[in-house]
Design a protein. Structure first.
Length: 295
């Protein structure tokens, strides 16, 4: 789930409010989502507008504006506006990249926007990753007899990285690349095993099938995804939300991939510290292999 269960409890980091609202957006009712999309698209307008002005711009009633703010975790519209003022101040405290790329964008502008997108995404993770869910996931993985990791598309790389790095600290991990093999392995999992599913949207049919197979076998399901509400989130034993803003040109999925890799790194450290002897033994084996191959 999202940290503190809503945007009203977001951590004060640059971009944290926007990241939290974006993560909550798919779970809001359509009329509430209209208001929150306006918050994301024109925060400067919303922070200085009245309830009626926001309602007119979003095409909803004033009551819906208040309800949308509460659905996102705020006490009311005024609380949302105060949070926006603070969030915009944090964003303005540093250099900002161009807002969008066009056919005339220079390589420098492209570089600045992509790097800023990635940096903002990583920083905003403090607002969206729930510490309790993170602790639950780490405990499940540290105790798991075997771990299956699966992701498709842009999520395939973080899945492969997780499998390698967790194997290197003594975990028994596999990361099949095709959905059929993953589904087979998931159905063969045991209750003391865990499945880690990595998915930007949380809607991929392949990942949902694998998650269902693991659940039917009694295994735990750890979901690393970009949104707090999705079919995958509903299936998760532990839900870790970390994702990037939608900047077009697949940059949202790209930034989210880096955020998901950061979650893998956090879990890597937590698993290592849960069983230092196992981790040190495995790292020693890895060092021996590297030495032998270098001769």
């Amino acid at each position: 789930m999202v940290s503190n269960a809503g945007a009203g409890g977001h951590v004060d980091v640059a971009g944290g409010l926007r990241a939290t609202i974006a993560a909550l957006l798919p779970g809001l009712r359509p009329s509430d989502a209209k208001v929150m999309r306006l918050v994301l698209e024109d925060s400067a307008f919303v922070q200085s507008a009245t309830t009626g002005e926001v309602a007119e711009r979003a095409g909803v009633s004033p009551a819906t504006v208040v309800r949308a703010a509460r659905a996102a975790g705020f006490e009311g519209f005024g609380d949302l506006k105060r949070a926006l003022v603070k969030d915009l101040a944090l964003l303005r405290s540093g250099p900002r990249p161009p807002e969008e790329l066009t056919g005339t964008s220079t390589v420098d502008e492209i570089c600045e926007l992509v790097l800023a997108s990635h940096a903002d995404t990583i920083g905003a993770m403090r607002a969206t990753v729930d510490p309790e869910e993170l602790g639950r996931a780490a405990a499940l993985l540290a105790a798991a007899e075997t771990i299956l990791v699966f992701g498709v598309g842009t999520s395939a790389a973080p899945a492969a990285d997780a499998a390698y790095r967790w194997t290197a600290i003594g975990c028994r991990v596999s990361a099949p690349r095709d959905a059929r093999t993953a589904q087979l392995q998931a159905r063969l999992l045991k209750p003391d095993s865990a499945l880690v599913v990595i998915s930007h949207s949380g809607h991929s049919a392949e990942t949902l099938t694998v998650a269902d197979a693991a659940s039917s076998a009694g295994a735990s399901v750890v979901a690393i995804t970009s949104f707090a509400s999705s079919p995958l989130a509903d299936r998760a034993t532990a839900l870790l939300v970390a994702g990037g803003p939608d900047l077009g040109l697949h940059l949202a999925a790209s930034s989210s991939r880096l955020a998901h890799l950061a979650v893998v790194d956090i879990l890597h450290v937590a698993i290592s510290l849960a069983d230092p002897a196992r981790a040190q033994h495995a790292l020693g084996v890895a060092a021996d292999i590297s030495q032998a191959l270098s001769r």
